[in-house]
Design a binder for this molecule. Structure first.
Ligand code: BTN
Length: 261
């Protein structure tokens, strides 16, 4: 496996910083629609309308978090687009200081967790090429990361399920250092995807996926069920065996870890 020292990827990112913005994902998506090239990055001290997965809000007090969105233009099949979000959560986990990275894991689909507490989340939003997709396989994907950095406490409703780098580490990590190490790992994994090595992303992601082997409650929005998460497939979908033995493939949803075996 290539290491970051083998290739200098520092010139591929065009980083813009905003003291305040509604949403870095919204801004990068608009720039992508206007033709911005791959590698555009937006970060912010504060978002007034941060977006989370499944239509939720992403709220963080000003200056406490890494809030960043990245535009990646990739020639990939539509069914492989989830690998971009998987690569992003993996890149963030690997970009953490080693003493924290080694204690962290991925919760399906794209949360970075320390034990049962969420450290970071990923929101991927895609723009499909217009017209005949078979002649224009490039997909623009905006991956947004919110990582709790400096919070020493959280609102009561999430205090039992959230954590931050400041709570987990004795030394401090700056937002710029985390951004740089994240982008370095994201460059590596997006190159793997561009080279057609989806399986290297899937296998590295699977190796850090603490959801596997865990008893889970799956919330599909209109239906909730419990089972054991057994694996992921080649598109990153979660395979769950229900208590009655039925096998379910979960593409989109929320998962609560109940216990590990
Ligand atoms: C989740 O729900 O877990 C995903 C949260 C993603 C939040 C980040 S913060 C930077 C970027 N801009 C947004 O509006 N959302 C993402």
């Amino acid at each position: 496996m290539e290491t970051d020292s083998a290739i200098d990827r520092s010139d591929r990112w065009d980083i813009r910083h905003f003291p305040t913005i509604d949403s870095t994902n919204r801004w990068v998506l608009d720039e992508a629609r206007a033709g911005a090239p791959s590698g555009l990055v937006a970060s912010a001290d504060h978002q007034s309308a941060g977006r989370g997965r499944l239509g939720r809000a992403w709220v963080a007090p000003p200056g406490t978090s890494l809030l960043v969105s990245v535009l990646l233009r990739l020639e990939i099949e539509l069914e492989k687009v989830n690998t971009v979000a998987m690569a992003t959560s993996l890149a963030l986990l690997e970009g953490l200081p080693s003493e924290l990275s080694s204690r962290s894991g991925l919760k399906w689909p794209n949360d970075v967790v320390v034990g049962d507490r969420k450290l970071a989340g990923v929101l991927a939003e895609s723009i499909l090429p217009p017209g005949d997709k078979s002649n224009s396989p490039e997909i623009a994907v905006v991956v947004g990361v919110g990582c709790n950095l400096e919070q020493k406490e959280f609102p009561a409703e999430v205090s039992a399920i959230a954590t931050s780098c400041a709570l987990e580490l004795e030394k401090t990590i700056t937002r710029d250092d985390l951004l740089n190490s994240f982008l370095s790992r994201l460059a590596f994994w997006s190159d793997e995807i561009s080279s057609g090595n989806h399986w290297s992303v899937i296998s590295a992601y699977r190796a850090r996926l603490v959801t596997l082997g865990t008893s889970v409650r799956v919330d599909l929005g209109n239906e909730t069920f419990e089972g054991v998460a057994t694996d992921i497939d080649s598109s990153g979908r979660l395979l769950v065996t229900k208590i009655n033995g039925e096998h379910v493939v979960v593409s989109v949803g929320d998962v609560v870890h109940l216990r590990s075996f």
